[in-house]
Design a protein around this ligand. Structure first.
Ligand code: R5P
Length: 293
């Protein structure tokens, strides 16, 4: 119990200095609640406004993917260089040390495998799990134009509603069917639908032509999906172009963990995303670090 008799008179009111009201650095996120903003600020760096997410959730529909056979051996050394890990609760609980300071984006949709129709997903993780696991966002796949389009959209809107209740943002992941056109027109449609229906940020693919129209017409941050493995310099160029054309970072998996030198590659990706390093200089960095290894 504090001793009220000895209390000093309070004097430091700074009546000449109005209280500062800080804006929020992320596109379209100014009106969100404190908890959601705080979680987003653990995914996106307040200094650069961008993020390097490391996607290792592939096992939820395709089992032990090349490079992810042993997450404990191959992926844990990359963790210090990622801003965020995107993964399933299974890998999080079994392999990732709870002492990690990296933010977690939890895959919460699922229910389909590569042996069946991929768009036939449901919500596969209770909100209590996301709270218990202290995650910074929940990722839901959205299949615009897919066979189970409506079901996947409703999965996302449900998570937005539930997540808003507890201050946890929802990441909409735009999934493109094999036979669908991967062009700016499609991604404008998919991203805008996800944003209009409440997604806090969106993961989508880069397209060579008019990607800036995808980011411009989407009122929330976009992170670029990595996609299948391509040569390191091309992947760095793609990441560079995406952030220069309005993406707020990347969510890359195979182009990092399937690289010949994954630690060198994630460091080079960071240079492109957070320091605006050119693809040529980032590729030099990659080669230097690869040699040193
Ligand atoms: C599917 O769309 C999942 O989110 C993937 O498992 C993953 O995030 C894809 O990462 P990447 O295409 O960069 O390997």
């Amino acid at each position: 119990m504090p001793d009220a008799d000895g209390i000093k008179e309070a004097k430091l009111f700074y009546t000449d200095r109005p209280q500062q009201t800080e804006g929020f650095f992320l596109k379209g996120s100014g009106s969100l609640d404190w908890g959601i903003k705080n979680r987003l600020a653990r995914i996106f760096s307040p200094a650069s406004g961008r993020t390097v997410m490391l996607a290792i959730d592939h096992g939820y529909f395709q089992g032990p993917t090349t490079g992810l056979e042993r997450v404990d051996i191959n992926i844990l050394p990359l963790v210090p260089y990622a801003d965020t890990l995107m993964l399933t609760r299974g890998i999080l609980r079994t392999v990732v040390p709870p002492s990690t300071s990296r933010s977690i984006v939890l895959r919460v949709s699922g229910g389909a495998s590569i042996l069946k129709e991929l768009s036939n997903e449901d919500i596969a993780v209770d909100i209590e799990e996301s709270i218990r696991l202290n995650v910074c966002a929940m990722a839901v796949q959205v299949f615009i134009g897919g066979e189970y389009e409506k079901q996947s959209i409703i999965n996302m809107t449900r998570m937005v509603d539930i997540g808003n209740r507890y201050g946890i943002p929802t990441l909409a992941v735009t999934a493109v069917g094999k036979d669908m056109a991967r062009d700016a027109q499609y991604f404008r449609l998919a991203c805008r639908i996800c944003a209009e229906l409440g997604a806090h940020y969106i993961k989508t693919y880069y397209v060579e032509k008019d990607f800036e129209t995808v980011t411009a017409s989407c009122p929330v941050p976009i992170v670029m999906a990595g996609g299948k493995k391509i040569p390191e310099k091309e992947a760095l160029t793609m990441a560079y172009n995406a952030v220069q054309q309005g993406a707020s970072g990347v969510d890359m998996g195979r182009n990092i963990f399937q690289s010949d030198a994954p630690v060198a590659m994630i460091k080079a990706v960071r240079a492109v995303v957070h320091d605006n390093e050119t693809p040529a200089r980032a590729f030099d960095l990659y080669n230097t670090l690869k040699r040193e290894k």
